[in-house]
Unconditional design. Structure first.
Length: 234
């Protein structure tokens, strides 16, 4: 059993004129042996993109990429002919597979874009690149944990090519609690708001609890509108 808390200020930081990005794990030029990923989760980037700009066309291969918007709008286009406008509560999955190129832009000329992007190792390489998006706002508004992305066949969740991984989400009012999945590796990230782990550790916005064989611990929201993104993997 192991519990590691990553505080917001302990994340790697990339800042340029149009992008403010916080990295929970190794990314780009940032590296430390303690941040190579947690279970099957390799990337958890917390990005704020200035109005009217974004990530130009670039490539990926053999990765399941899940994107979750917190505020603003993200415009996606890729080399497989897919396009979409992402907003809060609409989950997106792009399977890079044998190779795909895409762009991610903030189309709004006035409002910044804030989103989380997460990369999961697939259980098969070289698959045909794919794309899916799904609005899960109604499910989140009902309370509790909601499957957002799943390789286990959950209804009302986007599909990922990894049968040992599920992304769960929750939107909580102050005082509301959820029980974390009892999986080998659990990464509980506070995307918005603040929360407290059952063991007493405070989790500010941008903090994460990395759990290994820790059992079904509870997390309680400390503020209204707290939003959790929880990966449960092998």
């Amino acid at each position: 059993m192991a519990i590691t808390i990553q505080k917001p200020q302990d994340r790697f930081h990339t800042e340029v004129s149009w992008l403010d990005s916080q990295h929970s794990f190794n990314f780009g030029e940032h590296f430390s042996p303690e941040n190579t990923g947690h279970g099957l989760l390799l990337v958890n980037n917390d990005d704020v993109v200035a109005p009217g700009v974004g990530f130009g066309t670039h490539g990926h291969r053999d990765m399941e990429i899940v994107t979750w918007v917190l505020s603003g709008t993200l415009a996606h286009e890729d080399s497989a002919g897919n396009s979409g406008q992402l907003y809060r509560g609409l989950a997106q999955r792009m399977s890079a597979g044998s190779g795909i190129r895409h762009s991610e832009m903030n189309p709004d000329p006035d409002v910044p874009l804030h989103f989380i992007q997460m990369w999961i190792l697939p259980d098969a390489t070289g698959v045909t690149p794919g794309y899916e998006q799904l609005d899960v706002n109604e499910q989140l508004d009902c309370g509790g944990l909601v499957p957002i992305a799943s390789g286990k066949g959950h209804e009302h969740a986007i599909f990922i090519h990894q049968n040992d991984a599920v992304l769960w989400g929750a939107r909580l009012a102050a005082g509301e609690s959820v029980t974390l999945p009892d999986d080998i590796h659990v990464h509980a990230f506070v995307a918005l708001g603040a929360a407290t782990l059952e063991t007493g550790e405070p989790l500010a916005q941008g903090a994460a609890a990395r759990l290994t064989n820790a059992g079904p611990l509870t997390v309680t929201a400390d503020s209204d509108g707290t939003e959790l993104l929880i990966w449960a993997t092998a």
